[in-house]
Design a protein around this ligand. Structure first.
Ligand SMILES: [Zn+2]
Length: 253
């Protein structure tokens, strides 16, 4: 009897896992994320370091403050795990989590490949404008000194003629995300005060006409952060923390 009961319980659990994981659940039409249009930007691209694309990478544009390049290679862990791959994997997981809550989600790139480059940061922001995104979240990781760890956000600062429309909502988005992510358990930065930097010189933020932030999820040169960032369970946690941050913004209305 006992053995049979245990067998039934195991079977029931397996069946529940097959049909009922959150990512597969029907969209929750009533939650704060229902119907929201969200652009996720997994920073960089593996091929940005491919010499075949040097010409594309060398494109430049004025961003309201200074002239900057199309895109960059991003950082890496000491073990060589690229930031582009980390950003990509977290964004893909986050997309599924947001869609399960009823959001409509687009990504700024469709691959993570050494045979692909960009798109340029200004084109990523223009995508947000084109689709009328409610928010754009740029997903990155920092490459700072080894003792520094934890997440922080960049929000657009005031650049006349460029960011008047996004300074206030960007700040509101940043604060809500910092609060939501911290409450959900994301390790906060120990080197950026209040986890918030205001930037007047980030091309993707300056070109955006929708509320936007850049999230530096952790420091790839810090051993504890690197362990989290390179593991599947860690990447799952980062996606959940971002979900909590985004949810906190929309829950506040
Ligand atoms: Zn980056």
């Amino acid at each position: 009897m006992r053995a049979a009961a245990a067998f039934l319980a195991t079977t029931a659990t397996a069946a529940a896992l097959l049909i009922g994981t959150p990512a597969q659940a029907a969209p929750d039409a009533g939650g704060p994320l229902a119907g929201k249009v969200i652009l996720l930007d997994p920073g960089h691209q593996l091929g940005n370091s491919n010499p075949a694309f040097a010409k594309q990478m060398a494109q430049k544009k004025f961003n309201g403050t200074t002239v900057k390049g199309c895109n960059t290679t991003g950082t890496a862990t000491n073990g060589g795990y690229p930031e582009a791959t980390f950003n990509w994997r977290v964004a893909k997981r986050l997309k599924r989590l947001l869609e399960a809550q009823g959001a409509r989600v687009e990504l700024t790139r469709t691959s993570n490949s050494r045979d692909a480059w960009g798109p340029c940061v200004w084109d990523r922001a223009k995508q947000a404008n084109r689709i009328g995104a409610d928010i754009m979240v740029n997903i990155h990781a920092d490459g700072s000194s080894a003792r520094n760890r934890g997440f922080f956000l960049l929000a657009p600062g005031l650049v006349k003629g460029w960011t008047e429309d996004v300074v206030k909502p960007g700040r509101r988005l940043a604060k809500a995300m910092i609060s939501g992510m911290t409450k959900a358990g994301a390790p906060p930065s120990n080197y950026i005060r209040d986890q918030l930097m205001i930037s007047t010189n980030t091309t993707g933020l300056n070109f955006s006409d929708v509320p936007t932030v850049t999230v530096e999820l952790g420091n790839m040169r810090n051993a504890a952060d690197a362990r989290l960032m390179t593991s599947t369970s860690g990447q799952r946690s980062y996606a959940r923390w971002l979900l909590a941050g985004i949810d906190s913004y929309f829950a506040r209305g």
